[in-house]
Design a protein around this ligand. Structure first.
Ligand code: MN
Length: 323
């Protein structure tokens, strides 16, 4: 069975931005070193691991936080261009095995629109990946309306990925750095960002916008029933004039991937909650291993046609890989 994975990270050393987050990482140094070795590689470790797992294609993106915590907008613009040029060259080398999601310098919304258009129209990248907030700015802010307009017009998806640098300090996590990580808080923060997009009316204003969430939907599929039923009872001023209940934006505008969550119960919850057309296989290379991820997909308790949708069909449709 064909497999397309779409939350697959790389790093490019030619950037002025230091993309590493070692100072904050609670991860074992040996693991961190292995990840860093693999992030800059495409042929020595990456392709052999893809072959071993039977993964046909990785859709690549600059690893988090990418350029998004770069305080100088001019540097962010230059680094986004350099990263996207590098990524496009990797894709041109092996378009059968690699596609790419662009980095965008959201520090300067006009420049982000320009780079989005260049990345898609000139470089042939198939969407963008944004690591949650950009220096504390979220994508429901009015300054990003032209960016959503351009995404909708180009017909490309925005992958909303966690940002390991939090925009604020959560008191509940104080003293437990292990919780302020991929184990828990990144996912809740990113899920919160997705709910901001819904409650901010982004999808009412841009009904053609397509967002992708990783990590089996950042906890949201399991919560959607309660989101809707508590939304029903909100004072109207807090319902923000949404055109439909929050869960209805899943499928219409939000799809999810399995990155880092290779659990059949979690997969079945997501498939049953938001629909089999809206769930896509992903690994989260190099942070997760491809072989067990592929095994999870191949053995998923889904009918063959549904499994094919999750394994590659939905990705081809949503990322328009057949263009
Ligand atoms: Mn990831």
């Amino acid at each position: 069975m064909k497999l397309i994975a779409l939350e697959e990270a790389f790093w490019y050393d030619g950037l002025e931005t230091d993309g590493t987050i070692e100072g904050r990482s609670p991860v074992k140094p040996v693991k961190q070193a292995d990840w860093e070795r693999r992030l800059g590689d495409f042929t020595e470790f990456r392709l052999p691991e893809m072959d071993e797992a039977g993964i046909d294609m990785q859709v690549l993106s600059l690893t988090a936080p990418g350029i998004q915590m770069q305080p100088d907008p001019k540097v962010a613009v230059a680094d986004a261009r350099a990263a996207n040029d590098f990524l496009a060259a990797v894709v041109r080398e092996r378009p059968d095995r690699f596609q790419g999601l662009a980095a965008v310098p959201l520090q300067d919304p006009d420049q982000a629109v320009a780079e989005l258009r260049r990345a898609v129209d000139e470089l042939g990248l198939c969407g963008v990946l944004v690591n949650d907030h950009t220096l504390g700015h979220y994508l429901d802010e009015p300054r990003y309306a032209p960016f959503w307009e351009a995404l909708q017009q180009l017909g490309v998806a925005l992958y909303l990925h966690p940002n390991p640098v939090p925009s604020d300090a959560w008191h509940v996590l104080e003293g437990y750095p292990g919780l302020d990580h991929a184990l828990w808080s990144w996912n809740h923060r990113t899920g919160g960002h997705a709910l901001r997009l819904i409650f901010g009316g982004v999808f009412d204003r841009f009904p053609g916008a397509q967002v992708i969430l990783g990590h089996m939907g950042e906890f949201l599929p399991a919560q959607l029933f309660r989101v809707d039923i508590r939304f029903r009872d909100l004072d109207p001023q807090y319902q923000n004039h949404l055109e439909k209940p929050p869960s209805a934006y899943f499928g219409a505008n939000i799809a999810i991937t399995t990155s880092g969550v290779f659990s059949h119960p979690a997969l079945m919850d997501a498939v049953q909650t938001i629909g089999v057309d809206n769930v896509m296989f992903s690994v989260d290379y190099p942070y997760e291993e491809s072989v067990p991820a592929a095994e999870f997909m191949r053995t998923a308790p889904l009918a063959p046609a549904d499994k094919a949708r999750v394994a590659y069909g939905n990705a081809e449709r949503i990322l328009r890989l057949d263009r």
